[in-house]
Design a protein around this ligand. Structure first.
Ligand code: HEC
Length: 170
């Protein structure tokens, strides 16, 4: 009687142990994120572009390949574009270059060298394209801003910078 009970007990533990082992070895049955439909979608290759495809408008990378001296401002200097440039300058440049472009913005004071004066002949003698290009893609210690500020806004800012030039300076 006692022997029988202990044999039952052994079987019970044997079966329980085997089940646990199987469970452990097979691991959990959760799907992995990498196999998820949402991620697998991106494993598909991009649809092929028709041959001879060309971009309709030049992207930023194409702009970067262009000689800055050949870039022309698509905006004309008018009170509206100066106003637009002033507004965008206030968002993106003023903190370093200061309200009138003298290079005395609060954030700019921790830069070495200090932000260049945008009223200076050094900047004003550059073409619109050069100012645009240097601001867009960075120059010396200047951060590239092509991916922060829209292209037309950058051109409008150049027009605003021109408007800062005091007429008494050659
Ligand atoms: C984070 C601070 C900062 C911001 C924001 C900033 N600048 Fe500058 N800028 C500088 C510094 C610093 C220099 C001097 C860099 C050097 O000479 O190494 C400079 C230099 C320049 C120059 C002179 C480049 C040359 O020919 O040597 C121009 C032009 C200019 N900035 C335009 C802009 C315009 C336009 C914006 C806004 C779209 C802008 N910057 C935003 C810090 C800034």
């Amino acid at each position: 009687m006692d022997r029988n009970r202990s044999r039952h007990g052994q079987w019970f533990y044997f079966v329980l142990g085997s089940l646990l082992l199987v469970q452990l070895l097979s691991g959990c049955d959760y799907a992995r994120m990498k196999d998820d439909e949402a991620i697998q979608t991106y494993a598909d290759s991009m649809p092929a572009m028709p041959g001879q495809s060309v971009p309709v408008e030049g992207g930023t990378e194409q702009l970067q390949q262009t000689d800055p001296k050949t870039l022309e401002n698509p905006l004309a200097p008018t009170p509206e574009t100066v106003q637009l440039g002033a507004e965008k300058y206030g968002y993106y440049c003023q903190q370093c270059h200061g309200p009138t472009g003298k290079g005395n913005g609060t954030v700019g004071q921790s830069f070495a060298p200090l932000p260049t004066s945008l009223q200076s002949p050094y900047v004003q003698q550059q073409s619109d394209g050069e100012i645009f290009y240097r601001t867009s893609f960075g120059y010396k210690r200047h951060p590239p801003m092509a991916y922060t500020v829209a292209a037309l806004d950058r051109w409008a800012i150049v027009i605003f910078i021109r408007s800062l030039h005091p007429p008494d300076r050659g």
